[in-house]
Design a protein around this ligand. Structure first.
Ligand code: NAD
Length: 498
């Protein structure tokens, strides 16, 4: 049944008034299943009005009460998880168990944010000088905004608004236009959990809505996750206007396989991390680096049948390995990269380009593809493909294996598989990448640590969630106080505590 999303402002759903809409596809069938309104600057302004109005009272609400709203929100999301997963997978295309994982990884940050009374505590120094005490406090910034990608429509919004709202900010999400139903439902649940209206708003839209958030001086902080060129644009434009900005971009994560690795385990982990969610994860493994030709030969022998036998199914399936890609346009783009890789001289070991799922011939499916011989200088290696495509980039030795991910333009995640602790330790220390897995293929840090890549995978200085998230969503104020009993004389020399 066709549906239409407007926006979520001041605690309720409102229709879009621009007359501009985007299509929401069902990637399994290839059909348009709904429409999403694209907000005008004025409509974004209304969401900012609502968030600005809600800010003083929410910022003044004690942290324990803010945490209670988050506890309740977590409870409501858990009760609604099957519904959320169904709407998410029907728009994104990821299989149902993976969609539940998307919600669950978001909830883990909500659990972290429930600890805000402790996390937001300041510091105190008694008698820093004669009769002088110094204390610091972390205050909310004001109205924050989050611009999110299609590939984690539950997790990434929750990573952003969970911490921001816990800290006493009010918030506006501009979700991906490809799968907006989940963030709209999360905003409803936040209201049902007791957040005052205006604390969490959703504006749907495209560049016009994003530019309105960048340009409005009442928006004090911007968090972005998406592709690198847009991350760079948002970082530059936001900073130019004096906002606090963090912007996370694309990725090309490598998995290094040393000759001593347990190959059975390598292959099991690799097929999941390369092809799960049809490769549409910023922490997927699109490149594997076997060290030495013997390792490469064994890897290919073991990998080929696994890639050929991937279970590809509709997004509502419980027991497939992967579903369709998000849109037909994205599938065409991924296919172009496979053609390009072949043109660049890479050997096509498994070809998924002609895959069709019986009964869903119009769905945006693509089979798993395996290519050997990717190297620096190949555009298909340099750029992010974001599909079910695994490229083998061979390394002769350990130093070459460290150099490949270190010299790549992206630096989100990397993994090494080995039984050698010293080699793993040296790799983790030397590699020029932000998140490292040792025998862990997708090293997404847990909620109370922090997430963020390096190089063109991240623009800005602060990571998401964990203590870094609290720092991003608060500003520090430091008070130096003295309560003299007698009138003091003037001091013309800079005071020291010595
Ligand atoms: P995208 O960059 O196309 O879109 C992201 C957001 O930006 C969406 O809300 C979109 O509406 C908006 N947008 C699109 N064009 C815009 C423009 N010209 N100006 C302003 N805003 C614009 O990304 P996507 O395709 O939705 O998501 C996939 C990308 O996200 C991949 O590159 C992936 O690696 C990346 N990603 C990165 C991380 C990370 O943490 N580093 C996490 C998830 C996804």
């Amino acid at each position: 049944m066709a549906y239409e999303h407007g926006h979520f402002i001041s605690g309720k759903r409102v229709s879009g008034g621009s007359g501009r809409f985007g299509d929401i596809y069902n990637p399994t069938t290839g059909e348009v299943q709904g429409k999403v309104a694209f907000a005008t600057k004025a409509e974004v302004g209304k969401a900012i009005d609502a968030a600005e109005k809600a800010f003083p009272a929410w910022a003044a609400t004690n942290p324990q009460r803010r945490a209670r709203v988050l506890f309740k929100f977590k409870d409501l999301v858990e009760k609604d998880i099957d519904n959320l997963a169904r709407m998410l997978s029907s728009e994104h295309g990821k299989i149902l168990p993976d969609a539940r994982g998307d919600v669950q990884r978001g909830l883990e940050v909500i659990e972290f944010a429930c600890g805000i009374p402790h996390l937001q505590k300041g510091e105190y120094t008694e008698s820093a000088g004669a009769g002088i005490d110094v204390y610091s406090m972390r205050q909310p910034i004001g109205v924050g905004a989050g611009i999110t990608p299609f590939n984690f429509p539950a997790m990434i919004p929750m990573w952003m608004f969970g911490v921001a709202i816990a800290c006493g900010n009010t918030f506006i999400i501009k979700p991906s236009e490809k799968d907006p139903s989940t963030p709209m439902r999360l905003a409803e649940l936040m209201m049902a959990a007791g957040a005052p209206e205006g604390v969490l708003n959703v504006v749907n839209g495209d560049k016009e809505a994003v530019d309105a958030l960048i340009e409005d001086p009442r928006v004090k902080a911007l968090s972005f996750v998406g592709s690198s060129d847009i991350a760079n644009y948002i970082y530059a434009e936001g900073c130019k206007r004096g906002k606090r900005v963090q912007a996370f971009g694309g990725a090309k994560n490598h998995m290094i396989v040393l000759p001593d690795a347990d190959m059975e385990n390598v292959v099991n982990q690799l097929v999941g991390s390369a092809f799960g969610s049809a490769g549409e994860r910023c922490m997927a493994t699109p490149v594997v680096v076997p060290v030495g030709d013997d390792t490469a030969a064994t890897l290919i022998d073991m990998l080929r049948p696994r890639v050929e036998s991937l279970r590809i199914g509709p997004s509502f399936s419980e027991d497939s390995d992967l579903g369709p890609l998000v849109t037909g346009a994205h599938r065409a783009r991924v296919k172009k990269y496979i053609d390009m890789a072949i043109g660049e001289g890479q050997e096509l070991i498994v070809d998924g380009r002609d895959f069709r799922l019986q009964g869903y011939e119009n769905g945006f499916f693509l089979g798993g593809t395996l290519l050997d011989g990717a190297k620096p200088g190949h555009t298909s290696y340099h750029e992010e493909i974001f599909g079910p495509v695994l490229q083998i980039a061979r390394a002769k030795n350990f130093d070459e294996a460290v150099a490949l991910p270190s010299n790549h333009q992206y630096g989100n995640g990397v993994a090494i598989f080995t039984r050698n602790g010293a080699a793993a330790r040296e790799f983790a220390q030397r590699v020029n990448v932000g998140m490292v897995g040792v025998n862990v293929p997708i090293p997404v840090p847990i909620a109370y640590h922090t997430f963020g890549g390096w190089k063109r995978s991240s623009f800005g200085d602060t990571n998401q969630h964990g203590p870094e998230g609290v720092r991003f969503w608060t500003k520090i104020k430091t008070v130096t106080q003295r309560w003299p009993e007698d009138v003091q004389g003037s001091e013309f020399v800079i005071p020291t505590m010595g």
